[in-house]
Ligand binder design. Structure first.
Ligand code: FEO
Ligand code: CA
Ligand code: CA
Length: 655
């Protein structure tokens, strides 16, 4: 879920909301049949090549799909569901761990079901809109029984956040300062210590490591952009998905930051640079009839968010932020070398020579897929290159690339470097701030909203969720549907299976869809349980690809979508292509965020925005109208939450 808005031209969607967007700069003519026939061609080799691939002898770049189950997962699937609950397979249990408003120390302040907690209390409680997360071991502690969970709080439903909502706070009266402070405190990140009890249940523990990072926390800036934007700011916002480094830090990704910027200055008009990033006068707004009510209006009390101020902070958001989960006093650092886009997640792996590779998507219709490669190699013995205190280290010094897919199934990574690939000579710092414009210049391939990327732990194949794009004007083999309402998953193999390579072979892995949809192009080709709008994507260490969906609340349960039920989580076998539904979420939610303990006997999943209405307009007088998950009817209001999923027999999740 997101708060997005203006791009350049055409109509696009940002997490379900339609928005003007930028048109394709590179397009190739091809239709869905082309993509399917290519898959069929590869399928010719299936039986033999499948065995060869699993033995490691498959031809480099050849992506194959077996026709038989491989036994990678064993659970019995759950049916599509429209019930207001988290449903998991027989033999499993789903337990709520950490809800919006729960205290980070497990003790207090307690959540008030009428949303009357103060901003000061909210600073010590879970934020709203749980999204990406990672689990971290604590040195010297059994990581299968205790650890740290870093959780993103992407976005707030400004109506559910307050007892009386915000719709009544109409301009010209300013938004009350206390509401602005509480809204800022509901964004950002939680780090909480969690522990498993003797009964197997997990709970938040009282811990000196627990902390909240919010839209007001001091944050450092590092990397090339510092020359233009300085070395410090406050806050991180719209933290969508995440990643982790081999040196134990958390990477949180700023996505739809444009929604919290705006201005009351009637003379302000967006520049071309502003438009390219969707910055607009009212930020994210609720539409009430003909009226638009800005949902955030932080700019009325904090000039950093006022677009009419020449020193506003818009150029200081849209980054990947590194956090040390072990040190609550540490300062988060924005790593500008990874570019300024609407970051989804940051999937980090190592090249064959040890250089750090970070795959990243820019989630807007027609935006691009990126990859960062560090200049130096990861060396655990050279601590000065790593961690949040480093400057000029692995995540600050390297080259950012953007993907171009060719019709023949090959692809190239194009460097975003001044004087190369059509980028004018100039200051490399500008590329770290105006990354989208640099990618436009090199002719990257516009994609159908890149969400998460995931790297297969054994083969290094890379998978990306392309969640949907319902108004593409021209197609290409990698984005083969003009009205791609259900999205697809694309995968590639870098040359030599080396993440550091600059060429790759790609293939569509799955076209998502609803086989009961009246239009055949929306049926998809899922081998197993149907789904739409893939978003969260993560491999577990055994090679199961976990898929989470984010069908917009505006379409959930509607004709053409109803058969798919609520948003869900599925397991996919990357070799056989089999997809099996593992979990369904409550009404109006998005299922997102995946983490495991090392033994994979505990899985953590996030449920975001349960109860979101189809028009985004929650009703403060009836907050349980759509959903009362997780607390049940009469408690107060639906709450985003982290859920623990485990097997009742103590086994590995998925086994
Ligand atoms: Fe925050 Fe694109 O999902
Ligand atoms: Ca999404
Ligand atoms: Ca997402």
């Amino acid at each position: 879920m997101v708060n997005g808005n203006t791009g350049n031209s055409g109509t696009q969607e940002v997490d379900g909301r339609s928005e003007p967007g930028h048109s394709a700069t590179v397009s190739m003519s091809a239709l869905i049949e082309a993509a399917l026939s290519r898959r069929a061609f590869l399928g010719v080799t299936v039986a033999g090549a499948c065995a060869a691939l699993m033995e490691g002898t498959g031809r480099a770049g050849e992506l194959v799909r077996c026709t038989h189950p491989t036994g990678l997962f064993q659970f019995r699937n759950v049916p599509a569901s429209q019930t207001d609950a988290v449903v998991v397979p027989e033999g499993y249990v789903a337990e709520v761990l950490y809800r919006w408003g729960d205290p980070i120390n497990g003790v207090g302040p307690a959540f008030r079901p009428d949303a009357s907690n103060s901003a000061e209390e909210q600073n010590r409680q879970a934020g709203m809109g749980h999204d990406g997360m990672e689990f971290f071991a604590i040195p010297g502690v059994d990581p299968n029984a205790r650890g740290l969970l870093s959780v993103n709080h992407e976005y707030t439903d400004q109506i559910l956040l307050f007892t009386d909502g915000v719709i009544g706070d109409r301009p010209p009266a300013p938004m009350p300062l206390e509401k602005v402070h509480k809204s800022m405190a509901s964004h950002g990140i939680s780090v909480v210590e969690i522990a498993r009890g003797a009964d197997g249940r997990w709970a938040v523990a009282d811990s000196p490591k627990a902390r909240r990072i919010t839209a007001d926390t001091p944050v450092a800036i590092a990397g090339p952009a510092t020359e233009l934007i300085g070395t410090a700011t406050r806050g991180t916002v719209n933290n969508c998905s995440a990643g982790r480094t081999p040196w134990g830090t958390y990477l949180t990704c700023e996505e739809n930051f444009q929604g919290v910027f705006g201005t009351n200055d009637p003379t302000w008009e967006p520049s071309a640079e502003d438009q390219r990033y969707g910055l607009q006068k009212l930020g994210f707004s609720y539409t009430i009839g003909e009226d638009k009510v800005p949902a955030f209006r932080w700019w009325e009390h904090d000039p950093r968010f006022d677009l009419a101020r020449p020193d506003n902070d818009a150029v200081r958001f849209g980054y990947v932020v590194e956090i040390d989960p072990q040190d609550p006093a540490s300062t988060p650092v924005k790593r500008t070398a990874l570019g300024r886009i609407r970051h989804e997640n940051a999937e980090l792996t190592l090249a064959t020579d040890g250089r750090v590779v970070v795959y990243m998507g820019d989630d807007q219709a027609g935006e691009f897929i990126y990859k960062f490669i560090s200049r130096e190699s990861y060396d655990p013995a050279r601590k000065e290159l790593h961690g949040v205190t480093s400057r000029g280290g692995l995540l600050d010094d390297g080259t950012l690339y953007v993907a171009r897919l060719s019709e023949d199934g090959t692809g190239r990574w194009l460097a975003l470097v001044p004087g190369e690939n059509g980028i004018p000579a100039g200051n490399p710092a500008a590329i770290s701030v105006m990354t989208r414009q640099a990618a436009d210049a090199v002719g990257a391939t516009p994609m159908d909203r890149p969400e998460w990327l995931a790297v297969h732990p054994q083969t290094n194949e890379v998978y990306v969720s392309l969640t949907n794009h319902s108004s593409r004007e021209t197609t290409d083999p990698g984005n083969p549907r003009t009205k791609n309402i259900f999205g697809h998953i694309l995968r590639w193999r870098e040359t030599g299976d080396d993440p550091g390579a600059l060429e790759f072979d790609w293939q569509i892995f799955i076209l998502a869809g609803n086989p009961a949809h009246p239009e055949p192009t929306n049926h998809g080709n899922v081998a197993g349980d149907a789904f739409g709008c893939p978003d969260g994507l993560k491999f577990d260490s055994s090679g199961v690809l976990w898929i989470q969906t984010d069908m917009s609340s505006s379409v959930l349960g509607k004709p053409g979508y109803a058969e798919l039920g609520n948003n869900m989580m599925l397991a996919a076998d990357p070799v056989s292509g089999e997809v099996r539904r593992f979990l369904t979420g409550p009404v109006g939610c998005e299922v997102t965020g995946i983490a495991f303990t090392p033994d994979r006997k505990t899985m953590f999943v996030n449920i975001q925005h349960p109860g979101e209405p189809d028009d985004d307009l929650s009703d403060p007088s009836n907050p349980e109208e759509i959903s009362s998950w997780p607390d049940g009817k009469g408690f107060g209001r639906p709450r985003s939450a982290t859920v623990v999923v485990r097997k009742l027999d103590g086994g590995v999740v998925g086994s």
